[in-house]
Design a protein. Sequence first.
Length: 133
Amino acid sequence: MGELTLRKSGDTESSGARSTVVQMPGLEICPSCDSAYVQALSSSRQKNGRLALELRCPECEVRMCVAATDAQVVAYEELCDAGREEMKRAYDRCVAESLEALAGVLARALALDLVTADDFAGPLRSPVVRRLR
Ligand SMILES: [Zn+2]
């Protein structure tokens, strides 16, 4: 897999003294804490054809520079796309459940005749607010 240089947060590229070279199992895995949520910060094409990536672990704040092959980057991007799709599905489920719950509350309020035109007049014109003033 890719060879990379690790820099602890706060190190500068020129310091170099605390940099270490390690192997990464995949670009998404942090070699420092094993988090599976490594994020790409920047990329540029090197003369040797590899992509120079700056990566960051959101959990331990390690920053890494790695020279990756196109295949490694494609595999990483496919994982990112799959994760993004999973989050979108979870978000959609959450929104649907929330709307269903709100619809259930509104249906119950309508059935109990608790909703009147005043409820749609705006918050400052609500009879409850008027009573509180
Ligand atoms: Zn980490």
